[in-house]
Design a protein around this ligand. Structure first.
Ligand code: ADP
Ligand code: MG
Length: 149
């Protein structure tokens, strides 16, 4: 059954916190597809997901490098996080060239900004997160495919 959860955050810290809660519920191999315009808070949410994997490195937008890889762990067990940003991608061939299929089929956790550009590569089981910008710092965040308590 598909689960659908809606949240509102009022500060970037709250969005990080939600990312942390989502991250705790991910399994090795999970794919998280992030949707929403520039400045919505996608990268901010990834900071929380990284925190859930005990990654201490600063997470920034990989808009030029496209893929960032972090080594995290959960209860002492190593787990890799890939943070992919497809903002600058304009052609599906470029996505294939990135080697995304291999990453998506591995057992790392993979979080993708502008994921709709890679829709044909995303597994059915992907968690989808959509962020809508509201007044000032308000954000409406819809999470599909997972239930953060
Ligand atoms: P994206 O990756 O979607 O382009 P970022 O996470 O890089 O967005 O940037 C979001 C910007 O919006 C940051 O400057 C952040 O401080 C600001 N912001 C304001 N309110 C929020 C909120 N509730 N959640 C997330 N970011 C917020
Ligand atoms: Mg971003």
């Amino acid at each position: 059954m598909q689960t659908l959860n809606r949240y509102r955050t009022e500060t970037p810290d709250r969005t990080i916190r939600l990312g942390l809660e989502i991250g705790r519920r991910l399994l090795p191999g999970s794919v998280v597809a992030l949707h929403g315009p520039l400045g919505a808070g996608k990268t901010t949410l990834v900071k929380g997901i990284a925190r859930s994997l005990n990654i201490e490195e600063a997470v920034t937008s990989p808009s030029f490098t496209l893929i960032a890889e972090y080594e995290g762990n959960r209860e002492g067990i190593p787990i890799t996080l890939y943070h992919i940003d497809l903002y600058r991608i304009s052609h599906p061939q470029e996505i294939e060239d990135l080697g995304m299929e291999e990453i998506l089929n591995g057992d790392a956790i993979c979080v993708i900004e502008w994921a709709e550009k890679a829709s044909e590569f995303l597994p059915e089981s992907s968690v989808h997160v959509e962020i809508v910008i509201g007044d000032r710092e308000k954000r409406q965040i819809t999470v599909r495919g997972i239930s953060p308590a």
